[in-house]
Write a protein that binds this ligand. Structure first.
Ligand code: TRP
Length: 450
């Protein structure tokens, strides 16, 4: 029985929904701190190469699979391969999505809690000692991280109950422009501080001495994570695309806009950090330790701190719902479950698995000393997803499209049955998909393990 499926209503809706999945904590939290740790501009150059030669081709592959089949990730892979030879892709995608949500919702929770702290004025006048204590209390708990994680899940679940058009489309169409405006305000303020130049230099002057293969793997992993590929999120969103959507065009626009958002987030943080003599290489704590400190030192910082955490919360929430949607449609289409029930079930599963990640920050708590392969649950889920499942699944997806889907099908999807006049682009793209992206993924992957 073919179920009635919803579709986005316009190209703009398609673009903004897709961009809203890509833009998330990756831009505001990971991109700045990983850039900060790995020598600024040098890392950005490598990252851009990874986006162009690997991230973008995988993204387009997911669009072909999603819009071509108009199914959930599991149904899409079996439909497109006929016999389900590549079923492993959907298994990895679903696993990656559960693991990813398990730690992503923890960080979404931290962001919500910082937004709350900003609003009630708890971030006013913080010092480097008090920000560490605040972050410790937020992330270690034992109660706070779980409660905020549950709030994040409830918000996500509630939005998705409203469906594809009424929930995802409406929300992303309203919030994406606001998000970009707010980020622009933060970047402007940061750039107009005395001594901002040093931060700009950090972003544009490459220091290649810090670059080694680990850095390249980080850049590749970030490219996957940023463009939301490897986990089926883009297969799912593109299954709602309009028939006349230009897939290559949408992918290009999304990749460029997403990178611009990351760079703008860098401009909102680094010049201000340098201007107040703060270290840009403080790691994952950058967003929660360094950023509040910046606002505490800045004239008018209170209002800006609220603006900043509002935009971070919006970005994080919209990415989170794109991950949740993957699982919900698997449940409604494969298990024939009603949408509301599928949402409730998945929220419960993620709350259970995710609480392992939420609680693992406390060295004295129930889970504190529990390490798997020497990692806390939070780091384990993160490593498993970013360094293993996403790159491997990205590789499988691109091999599937490059070698196993027939050329006519690819060309029809990419040219909308010949309506778009883009033969040369398609040829170049297929060449990259077959010979360049897979080889790059394999080299980087093997090198980093040897
Ligand atoms: N791209 C999002 C970010 O930058 C994260 C994300 C959402 C994601 N959905 C995904 C990453 C699917 C990988 C796969 O924060």
């Amino acid at each position: 029985m073919e179920q009635k499926r919803e579709k986005f209503s316009s190209s703009l809706a398609v673009f903004l929904a897709t961009l809203s999945s890509a833009v998330g904590l990756g831009n505001i939290w990971m991109f700045p701190y990983i850039t900060g740790e790995n020598g600024g501009a040098a890392f950005i150059i490598i990252y851009l190469i990874c986006v162009a030669l690997v991230g973008l081709p995988v993204l387009i592959s997911e669009f072909i699979i999603g819009r071509g089949t108009r199914r959930n990730v599991h149904g899409a892979i079996s439909k497109i391969t006929n016999k389900n030879r590549f079923k492993i892709i959907s298994v990895f995608a679903i696993l990656a999505t559960y693991f990813m949500l398990s730690f992503y919702t923890v960080v979404v929770g931290w962001v919500y809690s910082y937004l709350y702290k900003a609003v009630i004025g708890a971030l006013k006048g913080v010092t480097s000692e008090t920000t560490s204590i605040l972050f410790y209390n937020t992330s270690v708990g034992p109660i706070a991280p779980i409660i905020w994680q549950m709030i994040a899940l409830l918000v996500g679940g509630t939005i998705l109950v409203l469906g594809v058009k009424g929930g995802i489309e409406k929300l992303t169409k309203t919030l994406m422009p606001v998000l970009i405006l707010l980020l622009g305000i933060c970047a402007f303020r940061s750039l107009t501080l005395a001594g901002a130049m040093e931060g700009i230099n950090f972003l544009i002057k490459p220091d290649f001495s810090k670059v080694h293969i680990g850095v390249v793997l980080s850049a590749l992993g970030l490219a996957f994570f940023k463009l939301s590929v490897g986990s089926g999120a883009m297969i799912t969103y593109s299954s709602y695309y309009t028939d006349d959507n230009n897939l290559i065009g949408t992918a290009g626009k999304v990749a460029i806009s997403d990178t611009l958002v990351s760079l703008t987030a860098g401009l909102a943080i680094f010049p201000a950090a340098f201007s107040f003599g703060l270290e840009p290489s403080s790691g994952p704590g950058l967003l929660f330790n360094t950023v509040p400190l910046i606002f505490a030192k800045m004239p008018g910082g209170w209002v800006l701190s609220i603006i900043f955490f509002v935009l971070a919360a919006m970005a994080a929430t919209m990415s989170m719902i794109s991950l949740l949607e993957v699982l919900i449609v698997v449940f409604t289409e494969e298990l024939k479950m009603e949408r509301k029930k599928a949402i409730i079930m998945n929220v419960i599963i993620i709350a259970l698995v995710g609480s392992l990640a939420a609680l693992s920050g406390n060295p004295n708590g129930i889970l504190g000393n529990k390490l798997v392969f020497g990692l806390t649950f939070f780091d384990l889920f993160d490593t498993l997803v970013s360094k293993i499942l996403l790159p491997i699944n990205g590789l499988l997806i691109i091999l599937l499209t490059g070698y196993f889907i027939n050329k006519k099908y690819l060309t029809d999807q990419l040219s909308n049955n010949g309506i778009l006049n883009n033969e040369l682009t398609i040829k170049t793209l297929i060449f990259i998909m077959k010979y360049i992206s897979p080889i790059l993924i394999i080299i980087v992957f093997l090198k980093s393990f040897i």
